[in-house]
Design a protein around this ligand. Structure first.
Ligand code: NCD
Ligand code: ZN
Length: 347
């Protein structure tokens, strides 16, 4: 077989991204804007983006932080709380720039303290989202400390997501950053209108990587890396070209000192290689021909948005991710820091 040396695909989109704000936003946005035409921007700022007015203001700050000449559209989300009023859904839809609402179970992950304590409390909001066609993006983990952290996603499907999807038969739902075989099986068998995003780390690594030769805080994210059988299920479903599964990096920058700490933050920064890492996965799977669908077609189709018009060319060219990138008065350690990547974006 001839090895592919370059691959041109329709310009991709990142359907799950953390950009933060202020100087961190300015530092990380160029990586995404260089690769992706659009990204769904997560609303877990401090304080969270809970209103359409806040989402519009945040969108303005993102656009202002774009490098000159960048062609990039931020797609905004609202952060649901126990007290989000259904009228906020109308304002969100009418704004034309909010693409969905994010459900963070309270306490599930970084900046989720203001999230939803019991999804039954937001049933009226979910009903309005369903009526107005606004998608729900879900962080799918239960927060009960008695549930083993490796079982929290599977448990969430049974206790929360399954019943929620049944109560709201018209609601479009994206199960974000799926990590388990259970989640893959659930999404594959679910009714129409249910999809999932998949991160590079969950396709590339299993939980052994967290403890390889010592504890590896830069590989800690939520949902946490799972076992090899789970990774295999994720790889199989993306290699098969199932349109319910599409690209969402979950790139989540934290300063080095926040990660290398007695209580390190969850989140992996991958935007510096946000398409290159997936190319590596699809090549390992012998499925490079399916990368474009995963990265540039399935997500847009699910959200009912036009596919992008430009292209992006990837070439097989070894490069090394730096040990860190500068952040104002801090450092950002990327996925693969100091190590080799097989694919590069052509300048
Ligand atoms: C994300 C973050 O840092 O905002 N962290 C993570 O580990 N993925 C939040 C999230 O998506 O859970
Ligand atoms: Zn995330």
């Amino acid at each position: 077989m001839v090895t592919m040396q370059e691959l041109t695909i329709r310009r991709p989109d990142d359907w799950h991204l953390h950009l933060r704000d202020g100087s961190v936003l300015a530092a990380v946005l160029p990586f995404t804007a260089r690769r992706f035409a659009r990204a769904i921007v997560m609303p877990n700022l401090a304080p969270p983006v809970t209103t359409t007015a806040a989402a519009l203001a945040y969108r303005g700050r993102i656009v202002a932080a774009l490098p000159a000449g960048a062609v990039f559209t931020p797609l905004m989300t609202l952060y649901l709380t126990d007290t989000t009023p259904p009228e906020e859904i109308d304002r969100a839809v009418d704004s034309g720039v909010v693409l969905g609402c994010k459900l963070y179970p309270a306490g599930a992950t970084t900046h989720s303290a203001a999230g939803v304590t019991d999804v039954r409390r937001i049933d009226a909001v979910l009903a309005r989202m369903s009526e107005r066609g606004l998608a729900l993006q879900v962080h799918g983990e239960v927060t009960d400390p008695a549930v083993d952290i490796f079982d929290r996603e599977a448990c969430f499907i049974e206790q929360v997501l399954g019943p929620l999807v049944a109560r709201h038969p018209g609601l479009r739902v994206v199960f974000e950053h799926v990590t388990t075989r259970a989640a893959v099986e659930y999404v594959c068998a679910a009714r129409p209108g249910i999809a999932a995003t998949v991160t590079p780390q969950h396709l590339l690594l299993n939980r052994n990587a967290l403890f390889q030769g010592g504890i590896r805080p830069h590989l800690y994210c939520l949902p946490v890396l799972k076992r090899e059988a789970d990774r295999e299920a994720l790889r199989a479903v993306v290699a098969a070209g199932n349109p319910r599964f599409f690209l969402g990096t979950d790139s989540a920058p934290h300063a080095r000192t926040q990660k290398e700490s007695a209580c390190g933050c969850a989140g992996i920064f991958s935007a510096h290689a946000g398409i290159e890492l997936y190319a590596e996965v699809f090549e390992q799977l012998g499925a490079l021909a399916r990368l474009e669908d995963f990265a540039a077609h399935f997500g847009a189709d699910f959200y009912g948005l036009p596919r992008n018009s430009g292209t992006l060319t990837l070439e097989r060219r070894a490069w090394s991710a730096p040990a860190s990138y500068p952040l104002e008065r801090a450092e950002l350690v990327p996925l693969r820091a100091g190590a080799a990547l097989a694919w590069a974006v052509r300048a």
